[in-house]
Design a protein around this ligand. Structure first.
Ligand code: AMP
Ligand code: ZN
Length: 499
């Protein structure tokens, strides 16, 4: 095996939301990547829109690993501090759910964390390297707030602590990620209400004093309260990846204010910018509108797998839905529809069929009409161009056409080229795109089952030869009890399954 890592021969470019440009990717430490992606707020079941963002970053994680980078992928679980409407006022989303359903907040968290893991597992997402929770990092959040106060960028007001955006903007640039400027923001905001603890409407909470009825609360130097939502990501990313790390991702809707605030907090606490490459995944829409829990404009993964939704004509396998999402670039908006999913299903099975055909191609002395090494590099070029999965898939379909022709025209490819074609197809389809060949999986399991039953038939035949009828009957009866019927005939014993 070659010891030269693949990344050294590939020129990966990443679209950096901070600069608005595709940049050559250079990690801080050669061969190693730190990547942080904002995880879910676990107060409800994930919808297909959420899944799209996590599948987009799974593709990115998979390709970085495929290039032989050692990736530490941190994705948090927001289990406290995320208030309604992403504001600094209102109820905590998890507390509210706990109150409405009469559950402990941690029961809510557990229920929806399990759902999240279960669904992402079905989509064949690889779990992150670390999955920290906000409630597990309260101590670190209090520490970083103290540092930001000491550095002069936050103030205490009535038991809460707020980030002083105007003060920060005197020396730094608040708005650089989202392309806003503070003067415009000030001009476009309403006056603060007289009850507000903030100096300015742009300021955001680092720590909130809890109302008496607020269930989730922790002691701090300022009040019994809870940390701000933006702060948890600053704390958990820098704790596990360092004060400046390589990649930070999330959905496009998190750019402002969440990520803008993360930059401000990181710079205010550490004096350096926290992230080198900001990546934002675009939204899944339904009827042209963002899928969103709050508006109810959603379709759930469970409905896709069961077909149980009036807009669906049938059930779809998780890999079909995953393939549908990967047929769009992660930076483009993707509109969901049954027709589009049906078209993806056809494409998906065509791809799987071609992979099966690869095993039955007869090789010849030369390859005609398809330059395999060139095609392979084009597959890499597609992914090196900011993870352009639709272009990669188009390249894979160039190969599908050639494979199908080669089945009919025997000897159209050399053994060497077939091996390269086969390994490249498999690694892009299964390792990088993360698709699962459901048909193949089922047939492989059937092969294993047949092997095991054949072995038992052999043992039973031996038992009969040795006149151990108790044993031979036991094998037959116990197999029958689990639905496998043995039939003795002139050609020997065969079996059938009662389904
Ligand atoms: P939340 O649990 O609301 O914080 O969302 C979890 C992730 O899903 C965030 O990265 C959001 O940006 C992302 N997200 C929410 N709605 C959509 C959507 N319609 N399409 C794609 N991503 C979404
Ligand atoms: Zn976050």
């Amino acid at each position: 095996m070659s010891t030269v890592p693949l990344y050294s021969s590939q020129n990966l470019k990443i679209y950096n939301s901070l600069t608005g440009e595709k940049e050559t990717f250079t990690p801080i430490t050669e061969g190693n990547i730190g990547m942080y992606v904002c995880g879910p707020t676990v107060y409800s079941n994930v919808h297909l829109g959420n899944c799209r963002t996590f599948i987009s970053f799974d593709l990115i994680f998979r390709y970085l690993k495929h290039l032989d980078y050692k990736v530490r992928y941190v994705r948090n679980i927001t289990d406290a501090g995320h208030l309604e409407n992403d504001e600094d006022a209102g109820e905590d989303k998890i507390s509210k759910k706990a109150r409405v359903e009469q559950l402990e907040p941690m029961e809510v968290v557990q229920r929806y964390t399990l759902d999240f893991h279960n669904i992402l597992n079905k989509f064949n997402n690889i779990p992150p390297s670390i999955e920290p929770t906000a409630t597990g990092h309260i101590v670190e959040q209090i520490e970083i707030i103290k540092t930001i106060i000491d550095n002069g960028f936050a103030y205490i007001s009535n038991g809460s602590v707020y980030f002083d955006v105007q003060k920060f903007n005197e020396t730094n640039d608040y708005g650089k990620l989202s392309g806003r400027n503070l003067e415009d923001m000030i001009a476009n905001t309403r006056e603060l209400s007289s009850q507000s603890d903030k100096k300015n409407p742009q300021d955001f909470a680092l720590w909130k004093k809890a109302d008496p009825q607020h269930i989730m609360r922790w002691p701090s130097p300022w009040s019994d309260g809870f940390p701000g939502w933006h702060l948890e990501c600053t704390v958990m990313s820098t704790k596990y990846l360092g004060e400046t790390f390589d990649i930070h991702g999330g959905g496009m809707d998190l750019k402002f204010p969440h990520h803008e605030c993360e930059i401000a907090q990181g710079e205010a606490a550490c004096g350096k910018t926290p992230v080198n490459y900001w990546m934002h995944a675009n939204m899944l829409t339904l009827n042209g509108k963002k899928m969103s829990k709050s508006t109810g404009n959603i379709i759930s993964p469970a409905e896709i797998f069961s077909g149980d939704n009036s807009i669906l004509s049938k059930a779809y396998a998780p890999s079909v839905a995953r393939f549908f999402m990967l047929q769009a670039n992660y930076r483009s908006i993707l509109d969901f529809s049954n027709d589009a999913l049906e078209a993806s299903e056809k494409g998906f099975y065509k791809l799987m069929e071609a992979i099966k055909v690869l095993d039955s191609i007869t090789t010849g002395s030369s390859t005609t009409g398809f330059d395999v090494p060139k095609w392979r590099q084009e597959c890499y070029d597609a992914m090196n161009d900011d993870f352009n999965s639709p272009i990669l898939i188009a390249k894979l379909f160039d190969a599908v056409r050639f494979i199908n022709n080669s089945r009919d025209t025997k000897g159209a490819i050399t053994k060497e080229d077939l091996d390269l074609l086969s390994s490249t197809m498999r690694s892009f389809v299964f390792d990088v795109l993360g698709l699962v060949n459901t048909n193949t999986e089922a047939s492989e399991n059937n092969d294993k089952l047949s092997g095991a039953v054949e072995l038992l038939i052999k043992l039973r035949t031996e038992a009969r030869i040795n006149k151990d009828f108790a044993m031979s009957d036991q094998i037959r009866d116990e197999l029958a009890a689990i639905g496998i019927q043995l039939k003795d005939g002139r050609e020997g014993t065969s079996f059938s399954l009662n389904n």
